[in-house]
Design a protein around this ligand. Structure first.
Ligand code: FES
Length: 78
């Protein structure tokens, strides 16, 4: 079972990262392979990153690697 503290979605817009993978695949099949362009498409389709934007670094990583679950990033001050 997945640990409860994994990041696996855009919580502002209730979009699971794994549900974005087919969109990324379709874009790549149509020749779009640029991270910025793919992120723009995902943003348009799902509204991801348009709320608090904390999901953006995870989504960028997903675009690069296909990974859909992440250990939460630390932003220091621990
Ligand atoms: S978690 Fe995605 S915009 Fe807030």
């Amino acid at each position: 079972m997945m640990p409860a503290n994994r990041v696996d979605r855009c919580v502002c817009h209730f979009v699971m990262f794994k549900d974005m993978l087919p969109l990324i695949d379709r874009l790549r099949q149509s020749g779009v392979d640029d991270e910025h362009t793919i992120l723009d498409h995902l943003r348009t389709k799902t509204k991801c990153t348009t709320g608090c934007a904390l999901c953006e670094p995870y989504i960028r990583q997903m675009i690069r690697t296909g990974q859909t679950q992440f250990v939460p990033l630390s932003f220091g001050h621990e």
